[in-house]
Design a protein around this ligand. Structure first.
Ligand code: SAM
Length: 209
């Protein structure tokens, strides 16, 4: 599959984003704003975000900025976790200016990380990979749900339609309901993978009432 864009290093050595990633982020930001804000519990003052399987986390700044818009004056923080060491190192380097930390962790065992707490307002999984390991991803989803506040939200994005549907079915079987499900009509197509595109779907789920 085509990479979603290369991180370019500027003359000063500081990594900066490829233009295509910037455009992806701008679209994702709009979708997150309109998908999440109607479902935010007003009594939540701060915004704790857990980003599971975050890879190099191109979306770190976007998530934090959306969190800040939604909770003005509140504290916003993000924890990203992925099993891949190289990507987490890139994320740490690229986002050192943000209120974010990045952990090299197996997300199927994130419950063992007790000090993280279980009071996240938002658990985010960008381009979940359900199609390539359904049992593994059910465990990751289950672990993510356990880290949410009772009124928190879980957000997934998907590369392709069938995988998105399978992932939503699995999340519903784990006790969540879909409160928003949007097809990103401006989603950037992956040229070497017909039918796949960046953040093609964005869905918001929460505990069934
Ligand atoms: C399709 S990639 C998505 C990466 C990133 N969220 C993005 O949108 O570019 C799936 C990610 O899941 C991560 N992953 C797979 N199994 C994992 C596990 N058990 N714990 C944590 N991360 C895992 C991979 O390392 C990979 O970064």
């Amino acid at each position: 599959m085509e990479d979603s864009g290369t991180i370019i290093t500027s003359a000063s050595g500081v990594p900066r984003m490829h233009q295509s990633i910037r455009e992806d982020m701008s679209k994702l930001k709009g979708l997150l704003r309109e998908s999440i804000s109607p479902h935010l519990a007003p009594e939540q003052r701060d915004m704790r975000i857990l980003n599971l399987a975050c890879g190099r986390c191109d979306e770190a700044e976007t998530l934090i900025s959306v969190g800040r818009e939604m909770k003005p004056g509140g504290a916003v923080e993000m924890v990203g976790a992925d099993i891949r060491i190289r990507e987490i190192r890139q994320a740490r380097e690229q986002h050192s200016h943000l209120p974010a930390k990045f952990l090299i962790e197996d997300a199927t065992k994130i419950d063992q990380h007790k000090e993280l707490g279980d009071d996240f307002n938002l658990v985010f999984l960008r381009h979940q990979n359900f199609w390539h390991g359904q049992e593994l991803w059910k465990k990751i989803f289950d672990q993510g749900i356990a880290k949410l506040r009772p009124d928190g939200m879980l957000v997934i994005t998907s590369y392709f339609d069938h995988e998105h549907k399978l992932a939503l079915d699995a999340l519903k079987a784990l006790g969540l309901e879909v409160v928003s499900n949007k097809r990103n009509r401006a989603s950037r197509a992956l040229s070497d993978a017909p039918g796949k595109s960046v953040d093609r779907w964005v869905a918001v789920l929460r505990q069934k009432k």
